[in-house]
Design a protein around this ligand. Sequence first.
Ligand code: NAD
Ligand code: UDP
Length: 312
Amino acid sequence: MSCVLVTGGAGFLGSHLCDRLIEKGHEVLCVDNLFTGSRQNVTHLMGHPQFEFMRHDVTFPLYVEVDQIYNLACPASPIHYQYDPVQTTKTSVHGAINMLGLAKRVKARILQASTSEVYGDPEIHPQTESYWGRVNPIGPRSCYDEGKRCAETLFFDYYRQHRLDIKVVRIFNTYGPRMHPNDGRVVSNFVVQALQGRDITIYGDGQQTRSFCYVDDLIDGLLLMMESGSDFVGPVNIGNPEEFTMLELAEIVLRLTNSHSKILFKPLPMDDPKQRQPDITLASKSLGWKPKVSLQDGLKETIHYFRGCMNA
Ligand code: NAD
Ligand code: UDP
């Protein structure tokens, strides 16, 4: 049994990761400032002998003793990361510096939750890890994209300069239960709108694409990466390569919810990537990882979760 720190552990992905680590017999220290996460996401773990919650902002140093660190702290939806962009960059950059410093002091392995946003609005398709990306450094998404890019730089400099045991995962759009209903991400928006009979808001003409990974598959990928040999540091793409236009996604959600909501076209936000699909050859070769859950099955679970939230 080892003691594992999960920053951002009360968020959507972090809370699922805490569940799985506890199931595997680890002690979990969940650190979160509750900006976008909530106690509710981990209520079921409170009082568990292997679980501890600490309210803390990773932009400040943290002194704890742990064996492994998953660094997930950072708002992930455009609405939330653009709410206080300076704090978003600080969370990615100062947060990485603080967590890398901690890893160095206690000699812990550390995994960074990076993102497909490091590829920006990509010119190559699907995106491979060797692609350097096309990111606007001064736009509304830059606080997140450049913050995450700088965090990757810090991870690789600590690796080269201090021989730190690092792992970098580039996460592509992931969805599932415990997504924040109002965080503005497309899957939660469409499902909640369909269930409430409100208009489905498609930004732009709906021809832009994303590839959606179900949360359980994503967590499998994070755990496999953390347990992989120390010579494999990444970055590695983790995501589901099945690609859909936003119009197709809206139609699937309408069908699965039996909703009569209408589609409403709204302006496309600035710098919105036109297409996104992970090349997962590296994850499949190096980790033996492949997603198992289809969009249809994952959406059914997600719809079930949001129905429960509305009836609660
Ligand atoms: P989320 O917003 O649900 O979770 C982020 C968590 O970090 C929240 O609990 C929030 O309160 C916490 N947090 C934010 N700033 C903090 C700070 N300064 N100190 C301590 N805690 C802080 O989002 P998520 O979808 O669970 O994303 C988790 C991680 O995965 C993020 O780093 C995100 O960039 C990355 N990621 C997610 C996706 C996705 O599709 N879900 C895609 C790419 C990357
Ligand atoms: N989107 C949309 N309607 C919504 C929310 C999002 O059409 O109500 C679009 C958005 O413009 C983008 C895609 O869905 O093209 C994915 O958006 P999300 O915010 O979920 O993730 P990201 O853009 O960060 O991949």
